[in-house]
Design a protein. Structure first.
Length: 649
């Protein structure tokens, strides 16, 4: 049913199988490799951290043992008590030790006899003579008096200690009440338990190697005391020890440190050697686990992936059979449709591509149609390109002009409509609105001139004419122009007029243009709430603050707003319009007037504050001959670069 007699169906089915099955197997393989990498990376990180924790634990244990021996060597019982009392004291102290793998001995240094002993063995490991001075002016034992040596496995050692890892001997002096050296306290203790961690643990088991490459601790006792150069993986081990001693904390794969020569993952760190004779040397602390332990969870994943592959292959085969049947049928219909068209010389245009009859016939018919479509496509593409160019020019023109023109134009329209619809109570009020419309129209003309001279602004050819002007008058004119829009949106306008009676030094028209743009933006982007206009003086500069409760701006987008043709996003643009020229022009104009403009918002929905900074007239020295500003005499330090905000304390 699915195959039929069509050779195309058979070819299609075989091609789909050849493509789908390898892709499926490749996906499964990539998934497995990714899971394996994740497990290995997790194990490497855990083992590195485990090595650091083990190193810190060893150091803390050594410090604790030193502290215990210091306090013990100064006890009255050891200095002047009887032998039975000393034995009882040592047994009680042994029970309080942090490790079960330890034994205490009190040695008479004059006779070298054991005064007290908690070890099964009645001998003590040899230690160098003359470790301490015969007399001491101090009655308290110091940490520097503690002598530490490593106890590598030996036949004569205490069996309990000999069977554990990292056995150390701590020796502390005991001086009598006259300051004469009398006894030595010997503590033989194992800091690491010999038992290997469980196979499911990612903590790993510890291995300690000194700076000379001697293995001091290992879960297998036969490796303790041997040198890493005897291992098959000596080169990698030497590199590991070198990196650890250098202070690095990392991991490495090893192949010969375990008993069974299995592949291992080793995290490593280092500590300063606690052995008294090994000053300024270090130990490498390794945390090791077999790679099979790390990848143990993958066994279940492999089994699941195998079942999944078999299931998917069966489902894929069934789907391919259905798809081959469904694809072949419409293609044959398309072939019949194409062959039914009377295209002249269709067989001559495309030679047979293969021995599949249906595909050759379909190719010849489709090629003929493509010849026609190609000719039509070129005509359409040419027309589309012309339309795109025209649309781009239109969009650029509208985007460049609409934003700066809209605010004063709306003021003109609204004033005229109020007069036209006879909303005025008197002729004087009508004349006042017409005057406002006239003022806005004149200002609109100025804006158009500025927009046409954007290139002059960027090239630095646009000039400003600054003079002392009253800030109160400028603000009043700007508010009157925007008052209708404020009332229309039912916004609350809050004016802080306490410092409006200020004389500033600026170009009246250019400053008015900047204020109209800033206030217009505040109205446009504020749906409800208030607009607060305040003025104050800060370090001989007048700050005009326009704060709204509008939509706000994300902090990361705020520096972009002073670049030409830059808007926040598509949604804001579609909703509110704008070309992105307003703030860019305002920034340049304010800088030309020795001022600046800054913008701040806490984020979306939290309003925006724009500060316009302009110098006071009294801070500007002018040339008495022509009244021009002498820039060299400008009293205020000023620094601003295009596209950046200038902040003032």
């Amino acid at each position: 049913m699915f195959f039929g007699s069509s050779s195309f169906r058979r070819i299609l089915l075989s091609r789909l199988l050849l493509v789908t099955v390898p892709v499926l197997l490749l996906g499964v393989y990539i998934t497995y490799r990714k899971a394996r990498s994740v497990f290995l990376e997790t194990s490497r990180q855990n083992l590195t951290k485990s090595a650091v924790r083990k190193a810190e634990g060893i150091q803390e244990s050594i410090a604790a043992i030193k502290s215990i021996l210091i306090s013990t060597s100064d006890t009255v019982v050891l200095k002047s008590g009887s032998s039975p009392q000393k034995q009882i004291f040592l047994e009680a102290l042994s029970r309080e030790m942090p490790s079960d793998n330890q034994c205490l001995q009190l040695i008479d240094l004059a006779t070298h006899q054991l005064v007290g002993n908690t070890c099964k063995n009645q001998t003590t490991p040899p230690f160098p003579p003359n470790i301490w001075a015969k007399t001491s002016p101090y009655l308290i034992t110091k940490a520097a008096d503690i002598y530490i040596q490593n106890l590598l496995p030996a036949p004569g050692m205490e069996p309990l200690i000999n069977s554990r890892r990292l056995p150390l001997q701590f020796l502390a002096p005991v001086y009598d009440d006259l300051g004469k050296l009398k006894y030595a306290i010997s503590l033989q203790i194992s800091l690491i338990d010999r038992r290997k961690k469980a196979s499911t643990s990612l903590e790993g088991y510890p291995v300690i190697i000194n700076e000379n490459g001697v293995i001091l601790a290992h879960p297998y006792i036969e490796k303790v005391g041997t040198n890493i150069q005897q291992q098959a993986d000596a080169t990698r081990l030497e590199s590991l020890v070198k990196n650890a001693i250098a202070g690095n904390e990392n991991f490495l794969h090893l192949f010969s440190l375990d008993k069974d020569n299995v592949e291992l993952i080793a995290g490593y760190s280092s500590i300063a050697s606690p052995i008294t004779r090994e000053k300024n040397k270090k130990w490498a602390i390794l945390s090791i686990t077999p790679i099979d332990t790390t990848l143990a969870p993958l066994r279940e994943i492999r089994r699941i992936l195998l079942y999944m592959v078999l299931t998917l292959m069966g489902a894929t085969l069934l789907a391919i059979l259905i798809i081959a049947h469904e694809l072949a049928r419409p293609i044959e219909k398309l072939r019949d449709y194409a062959l039914s068209q009377n295209y002249p010389n269709s067989e001559d245009n495309v030679p047979p591509l293969s021995n599949i009859r249906e595909l050759n016939q379909l190719t010849a018919s489709v090629q003929e149609m493509l010849n026609h479509l190609k000719a039509w496509g070129k005509e359409i593409e040419s027309s589309w390109q012309e339309a795109q160019n025209a649309n781009k020019l239109k969009t650029e023109f509208l985007a460049t002009t609409s934003h700066e023109l809209r605010t004063p134009l709306n003021g003109i329209i609204n004033c005229i409509r109020i007069v036209k619809d006879d909303y005025c109570d008197s002729k004087e009020e009508a004349d006042d609105f017409l005057q406002k419309a006239d003022d806005a129209a004149i200002h609109l003309l100025g804006i158009i001139n500025d927009i046409l001279e954007v290139s002059r602004i960027e090239s630095g050819k646009l000039s400003v004419t600054c003079e002392p002007i009253e800030l109160k008058r400028i603000l009043k004119e700007v508010i009157n122009i925007q008052l209708i829009q404020i009332k229309k949106k039912q916004l609350q306008l809050i004016l802080d007029g306490q410092q409006n009676d200020l004389t500033i030094y600026a170009d009246p028209a250019k400053l008015k243009q900047v204020l109209i743009n800033v206030l217009g933006n505040a109205i446009k982007f504020t749906e409800s709430g208030s607009i607060n206009i305040s003025t104050y003086v800060r370090e001989a500069r007048v700050i005009i603050s326009v704060k709204d409760t509008g939509i706000g701006i994300e902090p990361r987008d705020q520096p972009k707003l002073f670049r030409p043709f830059v808007m926040i996003d598509g949604s804001t643009t579609r909703r509110f319009g704008g070309t992105g020229l307003g703030l860019a022009i305002s920034k340049n104009l304010m800088q030309m007037m020795m001022g600046d403009i800054t913008l701040f918002s806490n984020g979306i929905g939290q309003g925006t504050t724009v500060e316009i900074i302009i110098p006071l007239a009294e801070t500007i020295k002018t040339n008495p001959e022509n009244g021009q500003v002498k820039k060299s005499d400008y009293l205020l330090s000023y620094s601003s670069k295009e596209g950046t905000d200038t902040t003032f304390p």
